[in-house]
Write a protein of this length. Structure first.
Length: 346
């Protein structure tokens, strides 16, 4: 499938062979997650066939388990013996921690001090040592790199890594297995590992599939890089989509994204919160902010109708690890603005 010229430009970073190998490698560990049609979005919002790919139902509650599992299973015995270390706001942390537990490897996770408590506790519950450092992911990453140098542990990067991208790309293969004639795929973006892997899988099969990345207006390093055609930082403030709170994209992920992704949509914090509430209310789906980004883009009306009307559309719900206090806050806020709500999904 890598004969498509557009995909060959990035094959040295990650390719369909890597993704197919990852699928075989992680198959004994992961859950093939369901894809359901949202009748409300399909009939009332976009006039197309909208499917929600539910990675919030993956083990550890996030797609991140795929990439972490593929990376760790690719390490040498010597690397495994020295242990592994990762920096993460939470979902990658849990993927690393669970894989390490299953394989009997020592894992240390460095998290931002602002990481949701639910993610901290879940990571510790999988047996990893949690260290809190930094106010945001970039500060956390620097602290983690220093610890890796001191201890000799192998870094499991959350996104800028070939095996991690390949693991996330297995979602693309599952989408194609379910609906081979998909037209538009909408994905949340932080550092870019997820969209890079899925875009590679999809474009290897059909380069005409329209791939849309979604980020918060507050933090959108990848979208800014895509616009400027060079790596560019962007962070104006915090975001409820904390899993995508990445100021600057990865070097490798950006190279893939600039060739294979078609466009980016930015959504506001209110639009993300609105999508979280609607997914809970009518689709009975609990999602974190990052997982609601694609639905927020659909509800916002910011996507050109030519990619939606009469099309087969997949919106990824990437994770469901959210504090109950955040959930209650979203519900309370949603009730206050119910009269101006644009609609709900189901």
């Amino acid at each position: 499938m890598t004969t498509n010229p557009i995909v060959l430009q990035t094959a040295h970073i990650v390719n369909i062979g890597d993704i197919e190998a990852a699928k075989a490698r992680i198959k004994p560990f992961i859950r093939e997650t369901p894809m359901i049609q949202s009748m409300y979005l399909s009939q009332n919002v976009v006039k197309g066939n909208v499917y929600l790919k539910l990675e919030n139902m993956q083990y550890t509650g996030s797609f991140k388990f795929r990439g972490a599992n593929n990376k760790i299973n690719s390490l040498t015995e010597e690397q495994k013996a020295k242990g592994i270390i990762a920096a993460s706001a939470g979902n990658h942390a849990q993927g690393v921690a669970l894989t390490a537990k299953l394989m009997g490897i020592k894992a240390t996770i460095v998290m931002p001090e602002t990481a949701p408590i639910a993610k901290q506790k879940a990571t510790e519950g999988y047996g990893a040592t949690v260290v809190l450092k930094g106010d945001n992911f970039n500060e956390t990453r620097l602290a983690m790199e220093e610890m890796a140098k001191e201890t000799g542990m192998t870094i499991v990067h959350p996104y800028d890594d070939r095996e991690v991208m390949a693991g996330q790309g297995t979602i693309g293969l599952e989408i194609l297995d379910y609906i081979w004639n998909v037209n538009t795929v909408i994905l949340p973006v932080g550092g870019g590992g997820l969209i890079a892997g899925i875009a590679t899988a999809l474009k290897s099969f059909n380069p005409s599939i329209h791939i849309i990345g979604v980020q918060s207006g507050n933090v959108h390093g990848m979208a800014e890089s895509f616009k400027n055609r060079k790596l560019t930082e962007h962070r104006d403030g915090p975001t409820i989509a904390d899993g995508c709170d990445v100021k600057i994209a990865g070097d490798q992920t950006y190279e893939v994204v600039k060739h294979l992704v078609d466009e980016f949509i930015l959504v506001s914090e209110d639009e993300i919160e609105h999508a979280m509430k609607d997914l809970m209310q009518r689709a009975k789906i609990i999602t974190e902010g990052a997982g609601a980004l694609p639905t927020a883009a659909l509800l916002s009306g910011k996507i050109d109708s030519k990619y939606l009307e009469g099309k087969n559309i997949v919106a990824l719900v990437s994770g469901g690890n959210v504090d109950l206090t955040r959930v209650s806050g979203v519900i309370e806020h949603g009730l206050k603005i119910a009269d101006t709500s644009k609609g709900v999904v189901g």
